[in-house]
Write a protein that binds this ligand. Structure first.
Ligand code: KG4
Ligand code: ZN
Length: 396
């Protein structure tokens, strides 16, 4: 750490008028850091993605992720700081993801940050990864509280009402796996990594790419949980149905597991559409619930969608149909800020600094928390309201 800090001894001699926060993210498979100022200017950022390594092993192996974080964290933080031309002594605070996420991954970011905080004698701001995803939109757009947020990625799936910087109402979440996780599993089962056009893509992206060449009507997968009138999600059952269908198709086409089906594009199109309809329906109900309870601004209700799966244009179109029908505004951060990154952590630090919330001057006893819900869970109340969602034509 001493050596690390010594490199910054050159002082750029620049005067920063605004507070500056260094954000560090290692909750899953991206080692990321950024320096953001109080006004939302991104002064420097760096990221090391482990996706390629995990694609080869067919999923994240936590000790491998930990090792890669260890190998990269110092370089990434240094790159972000150097790019920002901010010397560590000029920072106002250090913000780091401490929950939720993979224990081994979170540990690397936290222990690195604590050493830095200790050496620099700076305040520490522990960050909830989902809170950071949810607040990112306020860095890029003028969005006031309250707003509704849908977070969909490989590890997350939730709908929440954001009432303030650390004031969330959880309306619904996935009861099993996240949509990105399911799309990754289906892509792996379809061996899309062997497909010449998809070999370097994440599972979800490969499905989206292939779906453009397929006909979604060739398969009829039903959206999950049609009778449960709540805002929860489920993707495991659908995953198993698709798995069975793939097995049946392999038999029909007389091919071995591991070869690409001629109907792969049709399956991809149908899977993507079913996932889109499921997500759209739950989100539609969340909007109606919030409007019914006067929880959202009546004249300008905002739905924010973020996470890796939010970059899927078919899913976005399905959500657009919902926001058009409910007179809401749909907002998505740019793709690089939808996926895990350091900017969102630094920005969450800025938001907390401005609100005077959760700024620690002593880090004694601070621990990472692999599991940690977001806000107050009112999903039961949402289910009890049993709101019937009007059918919308998903003409995409
Ligand atoms: O937010 P993210 O980078 O990481 C976390 O999971 O937190 O999201 C990655 C997930 C993966 O499951 C990936 O397959 C999915 O997002 N994804 C997509 C698309 N691009 C990435 N899913 C659907 N369509 C896409 N275009
Ligand atoms: Zn994330």
């Amino acid at each position: 750490m001493y050596e690390f800090l010594r490199r910054f001894n050159f002082h750029p001699g620049k005067l920063f008028l605004h507070k500056l926060v260094l954000g560090i993210e290692t909750s899953c498979d991206d080692t990321a850091a950024a320096v953001v100022d109080e006004t939302g200017n991104v002064l420097g950022e760096a990221i090391h993605s482990q996706t390629e390594v995990h694609l080869k092993t067919g999923g994240i192996i936590p000790p491998v992720a930990q090792q890669l974080h260890r190998e990269n964290i110092q370089r990434i933080v240094q790159e972000a700081l150097s790019a920002s031309k901010v010397s560590p002594s000029e920072l106002s605070a250090i913000a780091t993801t401490i929950k939720p996420g993979l224990a081994l991954s979170l540990g690397v970011g936290l222990s690195f940050s604590l050493q830095l905080v200790d050496q620099l004698k700076k305040p520490f701001i522990p960050i909830h990864h989902m809170e950071a995803h949810a607040l990112t939109i306020r860095l890029t757009n003028k969005v006031e509280f309250p707003f509704l947020v849908l977070l969909i990625s490989g590890g997350h799936c939730l709908l929440a009402l954001v009432r303030g910087v650390s004031d969330f109402l959880l309306l619904g979440k996935s009861l099993d796996i996240a949509p990105g996780d399911m799309l990754d599993k289906v892509a792996r089962r379809l061996s899309l990594i062997k497909h010449p056009e998809c070999s370097t893509m994440s599972g979800g992206k490969a499905i989206e790419h292939l779906a453009k060449q397929g006909n979604k009507l060739h398969f009829d997968f039903k959206p999950p949980m049609q009778r449960a009138k709540n805002c929860d999600f489920s993707f495991s059952g659908l995953h198993h149905i698709i798995d069975k269908m793939i097995m049946q198709k392999e038999k029909e086409e007389g091919i071995e597991k591991g070869q690409i089906l001629s109907s792969a594009a049709d399956i991809a199109a149908a899977v993507q559409h079913t996932v889109a309809c499921h997500i759209a329906k739950r989100t539609h109900r969340a909007i109606l619930f919030c409007k019914q309870r006067d929880l959202l601004c009546q004249s300008n209700a905002v739905l924010v969608v973020s996470g890796g799966v939010a970059s899927n244009l078919h899913i976005r179109k399905a959500l657009e149909i919902v926001t058009d029908a409910t007179q809401c505004t749909l907002l998505c951060p740019p793709p690089r800020l939808c996926t895990d990154n350091g900017v969102m952590i630094a920005w969450n630090g800025v938001e907390r600094l401005r609100a005077g919330l959760g700024i620690l001057h002593s880090t004694e006893g601070i621990c990472y928390e692999p599991k940690c819900p977001l806000g107050a869970d009112i999903s039961k109340e949402v289910g009890e309201a049993a709101i019937k969602v009007p059918r919308l034509k998903m003409k995409i």
